[in-house]
Design a protein around this ligand. Structure first.
Ligand SMILES: [Ca+2]
Length: 239
């Protein structure tokens, strides 16, 4: 009966409370469904069953939220100069931002277009971003761009041997090796770059990446945290 659960925002949770009639049944519903059902709007895990606190999904899928940070003027399209600006806002230097822009817009623009004719401006249409899902990845996003909680938890149950809430560089490397599909050269490269990027931006002073940060990369909220940190650093310079 609990397969009616799609997302645990407050409104739905209240409805769910009514639906499940009792607290005990509600807890049972949540524990059963939390990991098994792909979540359209929120990236949930054991620690954050309602998704990232104070993160507005704006009605987008979790994959759309992941890339929406780079849509700097919020028009639903990511042009190369917006990708560049997004990386710069997170604190990356101009060279890394430029190379990331080239890789991302060249690799992912075409699949998101409505037309068969390539667009020389290399726009990425956020509404079609699910078409860019590639092989050799973690499958945490499904083919519709939804977040699959049990796949996310699997990353930590399988590879986080040093600490259950963190992954090290070696553990991430081992994971990306295990994800490789046969003869999928583009997927191998894209997956290594994506996880390399995640490690780079999210590692702590001990060189370990917190589970919370990785979940924040999936729903894009961690990019906003980095941008805020960079803004505060700039602001402090003038104090
Ligand atoms: Ca835009």
């Amino acid at each position: 009966m609990c397969d009616v659960i799609v997302d645990h925002n407050l409104f739905q949770l209240i409805n769910l409370c009514v639906y499940c009639e009792s607290k005990l049944k509600l807890l049972w519903c949540l524990s059963l469904n939390q990991k098994d059902i792909p979540r359209a709007l929120v990236a949930v895990d054991d620690e954050y069953p309602l998704g990232t606190p104070d993160h507005d999904h704006k009605g987008m899928t979790v994959l759309q939220q992941h890339v929406a940070f780079f849509d700097r003027n919020h028009d639903g399209v990511i042009y190369p100069w917006e990708t560049y600006a997004g990386f710069r806002a997170m604190g990356f230097n101009p060279l890394v931002s430029f190379l990331s822009m080239l890789f991302i817009n060249i690799s992912f623009s075409y699949a998101t277009l409505e037309s068969w004719i390539p667009d020389p401006l290399l726009p990425i249409y956020i509404k079609n971003i699910h078409r860019t899902k590639h092989g050799s990845d973690s499958d945490v996003y499904d083919t519709e761009g939804r977040f699959t909680p049990w796949r996310f938890e699997e990353i930590f149950s399988k590879y986080a041997r040093t600490h259950p809430q963190y992954v090290t560089y070696d553990e991430l490397l081992e994971m990306t090796e295990a994800m490789r599909d046969a003869f999928d050269v583009f997927g191998w490269i894209a997956n290594k770059l994506e996880w390399g990027f995640t490690y780079w931006i999210a590692k702590n002073e001990k060189g370990m990446v917190p589970k919370e940060a990785i979940r924040g990369v999936y729903d894009g909220s961690f990019f906003e945290v980095l941008e805020k940190q960079q803004s505060e650093k700039k602001y402090k310079k003038y104090e």
